[in-house]
Write a protein that binds this ligand. Structure first.
Ligand SMILES: Cc1cn([C@H]2C[C@H](O)[C@@H](COP(=O)(O)OP(=O)(O)O[C@H]3O[C@@H](C)C(=O)[C@@H](O)[C@H]3O)O2)c(=O)[nH]c1=O
Length: 185
């Protein structure tokens, strides 16, 4: 496993080693001990999977508020995404800063999105399947969002935003400024 960290402390890009042979490849896609020692000491309690049919679909930006804050370990099973995370922690020196990474089924890259970060992605290939482990169970009352196109965050999405496919919820998410300085974790 290789891990790369960013200028915004917390998130990590992880690339598990694939062992190839004439049949295809084998990969240890997740190892709890390695993750605890090399990335963050967390326990995953739920696995999520979504499929998005159309290129240009955006899901996010989402987070769960305390005490149901979630860390998310995201990867792509089929297709490709541009995966984004934004630091929304109150009093964080990197509050409002975002990082993005291309995750592909072909490359097997994974993005670690820590608790206190909003998360979203846009779909780069038809019928893309995204899989992610989370550190807290889903709670509808704590499910929150931030506008994916908030100019204050300034995410450089690699698609035409006028054509983005969105859920009703994601069309009307609050702005970063509405978080009153950020969330407590
Ligand atoms: C996230 C989630 C949703 N649901 C339900 C609620 C709803 O009826 C349906 C679809 O939910 P959503 O529209 O919120 O799905 P989606 O927009 O894919 O939400 C996801 O987006 C990405 C970016 C994330 O980071 C995730 O944490 C999650 O918020 O699934 C669950 O039952 N369990 C869950 O864990």
């Amino acid at each position: 496993m290789q891990s790369k960290f960013f200028d915004v402390p917390g998130p990590a890009l992880i690339t598990p080693n694939r062992i190839g042979d004439h049949r295809g490849y084998f990969v240890e896609a997740f190892k709890a001990d390695w993750f605890r020692e090399n990335v963050e000491d967390v326990t995953f309690v739920q696995d999520n999977q979504s499929m998005s049919a159309q290129v240009g679909t955006i899901r996010g930006l989402h987070y769960q508020s305390a005490p149901f804050g979630q860390g998310k370990l995201v990867r792509v099973l089929k297709g490709a995404i541009f995966d984004v995370t934004v630091d929304i922690r109150k009093d964080s020196p990197t509050f409002g800063q975002w990082i993005g990474a291309n995750l592909t089924a072909e490359g097997g890259e994974q993005l670690w999105v820590p608790d206190g970060f909003a998360h979203g992605f846009c779909i780069l290939e038809p019928n893309t399947e995204v899989f992610y482990k989370v550190t807290n169970p889903y709670s509808r009352e704590h499910d929150k969002g931030v506008a994916f196109d908030d100019p204050e965050i300034g995410i450089e999405w690699p698609i035409d935003l006028a054509e983005a496919v969105l859920s009703d919820k994601d069309k009307v998410q609050p702005k970063l400024a509405d978080l009153n300085g950020g969330i407590e974790i």
